[in-house]
Write a protein that binds this ligand. Structure first.
Ligand code: HPA
Length: 271
């Protein structure tokens, strides 16, 4: 297994990282935030030895370092999904690289399908909690005690403090936000209509194919997490519809400026 510390050292040699506290992972079609970074310098994932590579359209594959106001930020523009064939442990590796760079607070964004007609395409949903239905976990395998315990608690994975702050920032910017439960499936197929019904009755508000492995690895190593989903579509069959990747990218693109504004102001505001 590749040592995250070696990757972090290499990144530090190539980018002027000082004391970075915040990292942002951008979901499908949400890369607009990357343009908000001042003094931004990026490394393509290909330029980082040992770093995994992305393969999905809408996911660029670059690590950007820059500033939002005076706050130093690292941004992963392009994420790793289990459905691409990445091992769950690869996602833990990426999060531990961030940890070794100094990151204490992780902001994750994604596109997700609505499991309830109350949650509409275009809505932003602050993730209150998740249900891991992927059958995979990034912490499987020998535990590295240096990062966290064998059996980490996951019941406060999405920091209440950060969620409350995000709601306040949204109100100030006049951006409407909801709060809900993110239901993770492995993908890559969209759900059947029966799955959508089942996932809704199991407590999910939105379904997606990412984020949860990152959050589990981040919580394991002691990071505070904020998650925000863009609802890009009604999940299959909810309104007699068939979702497509194109539709999710287009809807995420429409919401991208609102998401960027929210995340930017969230980072600028004192905790
Ligand atoms: N299902 C799963 N993942 C998704 C969806 C969906 O409907 N929309 C965006 N990501």
């Amino acid at each position: 297994m590749i040592n995250p510390k070696n990757i972090a050292e290499e990144i530090k040699k190539k980018l002027p990282i000082k004391q970075v506290k915040t990292a942002v992972i951008l979901g499908s079609g949400l890369s607009g935030f990357a343009q908000e970074l001042q003094k931004g310098q990026s490394l393509s994932y290909k330029e980082i030895n040992g770093f995994p590579q992305t393969s999905v359209s809408g996911h660029k594959g670059e690590l950007i370092h820059g500033y939002i106001g005076s706050e130093e930020v690292i941004c992963l523009n392009g994420r790793f999904h289990l459905y691409e064939g990445h091992e769950p442990q690869t996602i833990a590796l990426v999060i531990r690289v961030l940890k070794d760079l100094g990151v204490k607070r992780l902001i994750v964004t994604n596109a997700a399908g609505s499991l309830s007609t109350d949650m509409k395409p275009g809505n932003l949903m602050i993730i209150k909690d998740h249900i891991n239905f992927s059958g995979k976990n990034p912490l499987v395998g020998p535990n590295n005690e240096e990062y966290g315990p064998r059996f980490p608690a996951m019941n406060n994975a999405y920091s209440k403090h950060l969620r409350e702050k995000c709601k306040k920032v949204a109100e100030k910017l006049n951006i409407s936000v909801k709060e809900g439960i993110y239901f993770m499936v492995l993908g890559p197929n969209f759900e059947t209509a029966s799955e959508v019904k089942a996932f809704g009755s199991l407590g999910g508000d939105a379904v997606g194919m990412s984020t949860v492995p990152e959050v589990i690895a981040a919580v394991h190593c002691g990071m505070e997490v904020l998650g925000i989903s863009v609802i890009t579509n009604y999940a299959a069959g909810l309104v007699n519809n068939t979702p497509t990747h194109q539709e999710t990218l287009e809807e995420a693109d429409k919401a991208s400026s609102r998401m960027s504004a929210l995340v930017t102001e969230f980072i600028k505001e004192e905790d």
